[in-house]
Write a protein of this length. Structure first.
Length: 325
């Protein structure tokens, strides 16, 4: 197929040297992708477009448009891994290249971006619910979860017969995480992990004075956690015990809040077990899951389709409708 004259002239033209000495040449498809960002003038204003180009075929393999500058394509890729539970290398072609998405996820984990975003969203959700921005009472608990092959901090929880890791979390009375999460080996006792997260709680949230916990944090063998938290951290840890005469499942006051939070996490397939090799990555994935949950709440959008008419309306939307929204 013959090329048009302007294309041959463009190929023959001398190009400016790349000051970063980058090589955007590929010998086969899907060997090298290039991401770029630009703006387009429309009748309704300026639209920002991010796209990914395959350097071999020179075709756009993924794109996203918005009326404001944002990292939507990056977040869509990370949220896809979180919700679907797929490997990073199995990201669909219409999203970001897997290494670019993983690089942004790691960068935001290391520089504290996930923490800052999560902290601000939690404040907005609490204010929207008529609460104070900073909590005064919290709930603590731990969840044993199986792990995949390899990785650091793997053990065996003898009480629950679970090999893997343990998630120690502190949430407010709405079930929202307080950026106080620690992923340890499953062999770490609740009392030892509780000291770690309570220390982080006292350092980051001066307003918290009461923490509800279950019987695993203080029993007849070791109850020093209560006095240590009261004397060293000025935090009262109150044990919510289960009565011995009750059989089967029973919703316990205050403790059900953190159990619901654990249920929110495992609805994301990436978190139904611990697939990460690093505990820091596991903690970051938990924060990303709560970030997505709070974004859905603030946007007022349902997390799933509940009516056939909604699905029909979504199918008829055009690109202009999506940009205008």
């Amino acid at each position: 197929m013959s090329r048009p004259g302007w294309f041959r002239k463009y190929q023959a033209a001398e190009r400016a040297p790349d000051l970063l000495d980058r090589d955007f040449v590929a010998s086969a498809p899907n060997r090298c992708w290039v991401a770029d960002f630009t703006h387009v003038a429309t009748w309704n204003g300026v639209v920002y477009v991010a796209f990914v180009v395959d350097t071999f075929s020179r075709r756009i393999v993924g794109w996203s448009a918005a009326t404001v500058k944002e990292n939507r394509l990056v977040l869509d890729s990370i949220f896809y891994v979180l919700r679907s539970g797929c490997q990073w290398r199995m990201l669909p072609r219409d999203l970001m290249p897997w290494d670019a998405a993983h690089r942004w996820f790691t960068k935001w984990r290391e520089d504290g971006t996930w923490d800052r975003v999560h902290d601000e969203l939690r404040r907005q959700v609490r204010i929207g619910a008529g609460r104070d921005p900073e909590p005064s009472a919290t709930v603590i608990d731990a969840q044993s979860i199986k792990t995949s092959e390899g990785g650091e901090a793997r053990g065996f929880d003898a009480g629950k017969r679970t090999p893997g890791r343990k998630r120690h979390m502190i949430v407010d009375t709405m079930g929202l995480l307080l950026l106080v999460v620690a992923v340890t080996s499953a062999s770490v006792q609740d009392r030892a992990g509780g000291r770690t997260v309570l220390t982080r709680l006292a350092a980051g949230f001066r307003t918290v004075g009461l923490v509800w916990a279950d019987g695993g944090y203080a029993n007849s063998v070791d109850s020093t956690l209560l006095s240590w938290a009261r004397d060293a951290l000025n935090i009262v840890v109150e044990i919510v015990k289960r009565t011995d005469d009750v059989k089967g499942f029973k919703v316990l006051p205050r403790r059900w809040v953190v159990e619901r939070s654990f249920g929110w996490l495992v609805r994301n397939r990436r978190l139904d077990r611990d697939y990460e090799r690093l505990t820091a990555t596991s903690e970051a994935m938990i924060k990303v899951a709560l970030i997505r949950l709070m974004l859905v709440r603030l946007a007022g959008q349902p997390s799933r389709w509940s009516h056939e008419s909604h699905r029909k309306t979504a199918r008829t939307k055009t690109i202009e409708d999506l940009i205008a929204a």
